[in-house]
Design a protein around this ligand. Structure first.
Ligand code: ADP
Ligand code: MG
Length: 358
């Protein structure tokens, strides 16, 4: 029985296929040694949360409205790429409501019973945070529908023909779900969220504020130009900004008695293979295969993947989104094409035909 349920849950293939070098400085995911530091650096209130003005304003209204009417707020979905502050925001929501936060994740809810155990332990007004909610197993997801809508679940007791279903009331709670892939959510689940906050990549100004804030928490003395330099190589992602700052701090400890000026920032980021646009070695290998190996394209992803010795899924899911966002690569029906900016980034003169030249 549980085996059948288990097989229904499968990692999306692109998450299984390779990945960026696990220690890459620009991996947007949380690295094993970072959980504690993430915790220390998390803003604790909406006011302390940098950037995302739209999301902050909307959430402020949702929370204030619920407080005024003395009800639990609508269920909230936080959607966006890794490292932009979804977990942080979930904690802030509970904090702003003065509620307890219970945390779990889609992959941890393999069986409906796992979810039933969480739900039946909730107290009125609690915030239940389900990270990576798009990876929740089907039976648990179906239980969640009823819990979200009617604050009640049916618990199945026993097995086979003798099994009976016992209704169980759940105190009103607010579900906060986070997902990096809103498109993978089923319609019925998506529809049960009263509010979806779409987290966007941060601009360099906001990331500079993130770097300065983190520096002051960690007691790092940093010059403004150095903070801007780190921010502009952080791919729009606070988690990366925080990580680059820590690498820069290590470097400055050795070379400059801990004081970070532009020279230390640039020196450290060179050592850690993060270039001016925030590309790491693999990104540059892909770009270089496209430009130098294939005249700028168009060329298929699988050809590029072979050239850099990676899985096509890795190139497509891990490298390409940022190369496209940075305006270096464009997708066409016939394959990937390097823009004029890509040629220049590699120190080459773009050909007359390069996209974005004029
Ligand atoms: N708006 C922000 N202001 C300051 N720090 C932030 C902000 N968003 C994220 N961070 C920092 O970035 C790190 C990653 O945030 P997190 O909430 O774990 O992202 P996600 O859950 O979206 O992957 C945390 O350590 C947090 O301190
Ligand atoms: Mg998270």
């Amino acid at each position: 029985m549980s085996d059948i349920e288990r097989t229904e849950f499968q990692l999306p293939s692109e998450l299984l296929a390779g990945g960026r070098a696990p220690d890459s400085a620009v991996d947007p995911g949380v690295q094993p040694d970072e959980t504690d530091i993430d915790q220390t650096l998390r803003p604790k209130s909406l006011d302390d949360f940098i950037g995302q003005p739209k999301v902050r304003q909307q959430l402020d209204l949702v929370l204030a409205g619920a407080r005024r009417r003395s009800v639990t707020p609508d269920h909230i979905l936080l959607s966006g790429p890794p490292g932009l502050g979804k977990t942080t925001m979930a904690m802030i929501i509970a904090q702003e409501l003065g509620s307890s936060l219970r945390m779990t994740s889609g992959p941890a809810l393999e069986r409906a019973g796992d979810l039933a155990a969480m739900l039946s332990n909730l107290m009125e007004g609690d915030v239940l945070f389900i990270d990576e909610i798009h990876r929740i197993a089907r039976p648990a997801e179906e239980m969640l529908y009823m819990a979200m809508e009617d604050f009640r679940i049916d618990v199945i007791v026993g097995k086979g023909p003798g099994a009976t279903s016992i209704p169980l009331e759940i105190p009103p709670f607010t579900l906060v779900g986070a997902t990096t892939r809103a498109g993978m959510l089923t319609g019925p689940l998506r529809d049960r969220f009263g509010f979806t906050a779409q987290m966007e990549f941060y601009d360099t100004d906001d990331l500079t504020r993130v770097v300065n804030r983190t520096a002051s928490i960690l007691g790092v003395e940093i010059r403004q130009d150095a903070a801007v330099e780190i921010a502009s190589r952080s791919r729009g992602t606070p988690r990366i900004a925080n990580r680059l700052l820590r690498r820069v701090r290590d470097y400055a400890d050795v070379h400059a008695e801990g004081r970070v000026s532009l020279e230390e920032a640039q020196g450290a980021l060179e050592v850690f293979d993060v270039d001016e646009l925030g590309l790491d070695r693999l990104d540059r290998a892909v770009l270089s295969a496209l430009v130098k190996g294939h005249g700028g394209g168009p060329v298929g992803v699988s050809t590029l993947a072979i050239a850099v010795g990676e899985e096509p899924g890795t190139v497509e899911e891990v490298c390409e989104p940022y190369l496209v966002r940075a305006g270096l690569v464009s997708r066409s029906a016939r394959g990937r094409v390097a823009t004029a900016a890509a040629w220049r980034h590699l120190g080459l003169e773009p050909p007359e035909t390069a996209a974005g030249l004029h």
